[in-house]
Design a binder for this molecule. Structure first.
Ligand SMILES: Cc1cc2nc3c(=O)[nH]c(=O)nc-3n(C[C@H](O)[C@H](O)[C@H](O)COP(=O)(O)O)c2cc1C
Length: 389
């Protein structure tokens, strides 16, 4: 019999995991949208007795409460260091519910000024054996105004009134906006959403919007960040970078981050590099990964994303780092923190491993704090401490 405690994990393992063992079968984007529909309904109706009961059970199964995991970063209280990465809840439909899956924060978006449908389907592919994904979604989202409406629908108020529900918003450029008008595009979305976000992530690294990564060029990035920083009530700012930058380019970005007093960097987005999987065929299209457009995420990204975090931390340990890319276990989460990430995020690993990954990672971190006799996670950041079994 399934124990009450692990009921959601068991449902996931029995219904969803078998689908994820194959590249083909149920379409990856369809599956994401199906789960988001359920989560949206729950988030909009949190007070219905049945939904309230389900959420209470979710909370019991996935939340790990421990003061040693708490950090105040840029004035924001993070009850734990593990967040949901951008791209899963692009429209903030389930903004009310991520904390009940145990996340210390969730990054919503990418949101753009204009609603847009994204690239033609199919545009999200499972690479089951490698526990990876290729996506070329192209910022499909309902636009910044709609995100405000979704917040209000869920009773999510201005950030000063929110308890224990830390929400970052990730901002991108609309497809129809030319690069020369990009600034205005970001600023319009930010002005609408600043009251709601604990931090803003400036996304200049998605590989699926033509020209977007050019905004990583020092002159353009500096100008963009300066304008954003000048906005009234500007929240803490993070810049999300690509894993395909050279160390030289990363160092240029770090200099801008310091000069412009930006709070930190989110490293990394998906990769255009095929990371050893060039000859891997996408079954749905018959093309090799080297011939396909899109960004690679999941386990193959783990080493590179970790190296980038370590490199930036060694360069300047005052830059706050959010580490993302290929984290799929307590060990890889611990490694990212010890390489220099104050916070970490998961996406692809969370899909393959299921929601149980959140408490597994958090309990793993607590165990390592015990093993290394540390009293708070802050002491582990950038410590290079190894995992002790
Ligand atoms: C289907 C999909 C959609 C994504 N959409 C976005 C997005 O809209 N904005 C963004 O900044 N990152 C997006 N990402 C990138 C993730 O936030 C993350 O940086 C990347 O996937 C690496 O983490 P992972 O290996 O844990 O998935 C997306 C990733 C996937 C798989």
């Amino acid at each position: 019999m399934v124990s009450q405690k692990g009921i959601f994990n068991n449902i996931y393992k029995n219904l969803v995991t078998p689908i994820l063992k194959q590249d083909t079968g149920i379409d990856a984007e369809y599956l994401t949208n199906l789960s988001l529909t359920l989560l949206t309904f729950s988030s909009n109706n949190k007070n219905w007795p049945l939904i309230a009961k389900i959420i209470k059970n979710l909370n019991q199964e996935f939340c790990v409460v421990d003061e040693r995991l708490h950090q105040k970063i840029c004035g924001i209280d993070f009850s734990n260091p593990l967040g949901l990465a951008a791209g899963f809840d692009k429209n903030g439909n389930a903004a009310n519910i991520w904390k009940d899956f145990g996340f210390g924060f969730a990054e919503l978006g990418t949101v753009t000024k204009f609603a847009q449908s994204g690239n033609p389907k199919p545009r999200l592919f499972r690479l089951a054996k490698e526990e990876a994904a290729l996506n070329r979604m192209g910022f499909n989202n309902n636009g910044a105004e709609n995100l405000v409406k979704n917040f209000l629908k869920q009773g999510i108020d201005f950030k000063k009134n929110r308890k224990n529900n830390c929400l970052g918003i990730n901002f991108g450029k609309s497809k129809i906006t030319s690069l020369s008008k990009a600034q205005e595009d970001y600023l319009t979305s930010l002005k609408l959403l600043i009251p709601y976000c604990d931090y803003a992530a400036i996304n200049v690294s998605s590989p699926n919007t033509e020209g977007l990564r050019k905004l990583q060029d020092p002159a353009l990035l500096k100008e963009l960040l300066r304008e954003v920083k000048n906005l009234d009530d500007c929240p803490p700012l993070f810049v999300k970078i690509a894993p395909d930058l050279s160390y030289e380019e990363i160092e240029d970005i770090c200099k801008i981050i310091i000069d412009e007093k930006i709070d930190g960097i989110i490293a990394t987005n998906t990769s255009l590099d095929r990371l050893g999987l060039e000859q891997r065929k996408i079954k749905q299209t018959g093309l090799l990964l080297s011939e396909e457009n899109g960004g690679l995420s999941g386990r193959p990204l783990q080493i590179k994303a970790n190296q980038i975090i370590r490199h930036i931390h060694n360069l300047d340990n005052k830059i706050k780092l959010i580490g993302v890319g290929g984290i799929d276990s307590p060990e890889s989460a611990w490694e990212r923190i010890c390489s220099g990430a104050s916070l970490i995020q998961i996406y692809t690993g969370w899909i393959y491993k299921g929601p149980q990954l959140v408490p597994n990672i958090l309990n793993g971190i607590i165990k390592q704090l015990n093993n290394h006799q540390l009293s708070n996670i802050r002491q582990a950041i950038g410590s290079n401490l190894k995992w002790i079994d």
